[in-house]
Design a protein around this ligand. Sequence first.
Ligand code: ATP
Ligand code: MG
Length: 180
Amino acid sequence: MYLKRLESVGFKSFAERIQVDFVPGVTAVVGPNGSGKSNITDAIRWVLGEQSAKSLRGSKMEDIIFQGSDSRRALNVAEVSLVLDNNDHAVPLDYEEISITRRVYRSGDSEFYINKQSCRLKDIVDLFMDSGLGREAFSIISQGKVEEILSSKAEERRTIFEEAAGVLKYKQRKKKAEYK
Ligand code: ATP
Ligand code: MG
């Protein structure tokens, strides 16, 4: 599985519809400070289910919607889509290509889609939990994450490796079953 394309409109600084094409291998995003490089990884984490405004570097979820500039009015909706190549069926769906879309309105309403079919956030989170692309995915190492991994307690560090190894899902299911 690999990330083929990111499309966005209204997400943070991307007022216009943007499309970023990725190829297998290394893609480097370069640009001056404040030009939106980190906003691209924020968009990826958001569409995969990130629920914490703080970890998207805002104070409330609304902060991810384009807030306007000198020359442009603020928008009322932000939308991000990720297109994944799933030829290896790493994501357990019978599709060669998977698109995930998340939309949020200033009113707070959210919508989620898998291959243009409306779904719940949970469906997206569950789908990616073991793929290394989950919402807590350590396939995205942000500034500060390295430090966090090095300084976290042994138990927290273990959770990180459990998700990376794909066993966290089973642990969570076990816990749920025990509560019933
Ligand atoms: P650096 O090199 O400093 O890490 P960067 O390229 O990673 O910079 P980002 O942090 O991705 O830059 O982008 C920050 C920019 O995004 C700021 O100019 C900020 O004003 C803008 N921005 C963030 N949220 C919004 C929003 N809701 N509406 C409009 N612009 C926004
Ligand atoms: Mg940055």
